[in-house]
Design a binder for this molecule. Structure first.
Ligand code: FE2
Ligand code: FE2
Length: 176
C-alpha cells in the first residue's frame, strides 16, 4: 500500500501516464506499420502495446487499490477527471493555442472539451441510476426480510401445535 501526497504517488501517476501513452502510441504505430505493409513490425507493436497495458494496470493497482474501490467511487473518480478536462485543462490549452495561432489545436481542444463534458454527464447519470438501483435493491431486500420473518413466525406458531399433536398421539400410544 503506498502513501498519499508523496513524491512516489506523483511518480506512480507519471509512470501510469507514460505506460498508457506507450500503449496508445504503439497501437497507432502498428496501424501505420500495417498500412506500409510491414506486418511483422505491426505485430511487434501490438504485442508490446498489450504489455504496456499490463504495466499501466500495475501502477493503477497501487494508485487505486481494487479492494478499496466501490462503484460509487470509480464513477466519482471518472467524473472528477472529465470535469477537470472540461473546465480546466482544455480551456487553458485552448487559450495557449490561440496565443500561438495553432488553429488545428484550438479546434481539437474545443471539440474534446465538449466530449469530456458529455462523458462527465454520462457518468453522472450512471451514478444516479446506480444509486437509485441501490435503493430499489434495498427495498426488495427489506421486503424479503419481512416476508421471511412472517414465514419464520408462522413456523414457530405452527410448531407448538404440531408438537402438542405429537405428544397427544404418543400419550395415547402409551395409554394403549
Ligand atoms: Fe512498459
Ligand atoms: Fe473523456
Amino acid at each position: 500500500m503506498h502513501q498519499h501526497n508523496t513524491q512516489t504517488e506523483k511518480n506512480l501517476e507519471s509512470a501510469f501516464a507514460g505506460e498508457s501513452m506507450a500503449n496508445r502510441k504503439y497501437l497507432y504505430f502498428a496501424k501505420i506499420a500495417r498500412k506500409l505493409g510491414a506486418d511483422e513490425v505491426a505485430d511487434l507493436f501490438e504485442e508490446t502495446a498489450h504489455q504496456e497495458t499490463g504495466h499501466a494496470f500495475a501502477h493503477l493497482e497501487l494508485l487505486y487499490p481494487s479492494q478499496e474501490m466501490t462503484v460509487e467511487r470509480i464513477l466519482e473518480l471518472a467524473i472528477e477527471g472529465e470535469l477537470y478536462e472540461t473546465n480546466q485543462m482544455y480551456p487553458e490549452f485552448e487559450r495557449i493555442a490561440v496565443q500561438e495561432g495553432d488553429q488545428a489545436a484550438v479546434s481539437e481542444f474545443q471539440e474534446q472539451a465538449k466530449e469530456s463534458a458529455e462523458h462527465a454527464e454520462i457518468f453522472t447519470k450512471a451514478a444516479k441510476r446506480f444509486k437509485a438501483l441501490g435503493l430499489v435493491e434495498r427495498y426488495h431486500a427489506n421486503r424479503y426480510i419481512n416476508a421471511l420473518d412472517k414465514v419464520q413466525n408462522k413456523t414457530t406458531e405452527i410448531e407448538p401445535k404440531l408438537q402438542s399433536k405429537e405428544s397427544n398421539s404418543k400419550g395415547s400410544e402409551s395409554a394403549a
